[in-house]
Ligand binder design. Sequence first.
Ligand SMILES: Nc1nc2c(c(=O)[nH]1)N[C@@H](CN(C=O)c1ccc(C(=O)N[C@@H](CCC(=O)O)C(=O)O)cc1)CN2
Length: 295
Amino acid sequence: MAAAPVPDKARLIDGKAIAAELLEKTSREVERIVADHGKAPALAVVLIGSDPASEVYVGRKIAQCRKAGITSIEHRLPEDTDEAALLSLIDGMNADPAIDGILIQLPLPKGIDAALVLDRISPHKDVDGFHPVNVGRLSSGTGGLVPCTPLGIMMLLDTVIDDYRGLDVVVIGKSNIVGKPVSMLLLEREATVTVTHVETRNLPDIARQADVIVAAAGVPHLVRGYWVKPGAVVIDVGITRVTEPDGTTRLLGDCATHELAHAAAVTPVPGGVGPMTIACLLSNTVRAARMARDA
Ligand SMILES: Nc1nc2c(c(=O)[nH]1)N[C@@H](CN(C=O)c1ccc(C(=O)N[C@@H](CCC(=O)O)C(=O)O)cc1)CN2
């Protein structure tokens, strides 16, 4: 069999454009829900403390909700919020039929047990897909709400891959938000998935076998050109903000993208996976709203 041609320039997968399409589709679904039930889906967004990146993400989530016609209810709580007060806020939102989705922005301040908090959210309103019931459903392939970043990664991959059966995929990173759930989604599509992390031995050699690399280790420019097989697809999930000597800041992904001309396709940072995370949050909110109204 002839070897696949080596590309001389990797195709950029435009996350911004794909997210915009999904947001458009979500807005149309919101209109249908309003027409059928007379009430727009509603998302409660909880931000505790004043982490600058979290402020930016929450601001974008709320702005996108407004654009899509989703009602957002904002709860901004101080850094020293008591865990019991947060749990009681969640109990109230779980019981409130006017709220379809609950989002607790991560990371939480020190002293608050994230697992306890996420477990308290009703699985039906868990639009982040972090509740153990939804994690279990994803692992067993039995539906449920799926975490936003992995869902977005699959949508980006679907623009360049038709059939995942037997493809060798290397996931770098084992977080509950990205590495583990995206591995489950890829397994469901019958890819051969190798989950690795920064302690994995011979990581460059393992990565070089892959048809697809999902880099989610949070280590800037970890994946170098020689780690990537010619013609592979590379999804860069990393976003690390670095400050230059002149005081300006820029975002670095987990991949040295300038060394990846020989890849078939890569996602840029910014403008790749990040915008999909927010678009999928809105789409999950609409899904939760539809499920609540159809129940
Ligand atoms: N409850 C949650 N908390 C966090 C999640 C999550 O899915 N649920 N994910 C991340 C942060 N995040 C969303 O909350 C997020 C990260 C990045 C982007 C994004 O659009 N990035 C842009 C660049 C943005 C910038 O300029 O800083 C891009 O990559 O183009 C959106 C959402 C942790 N917490």
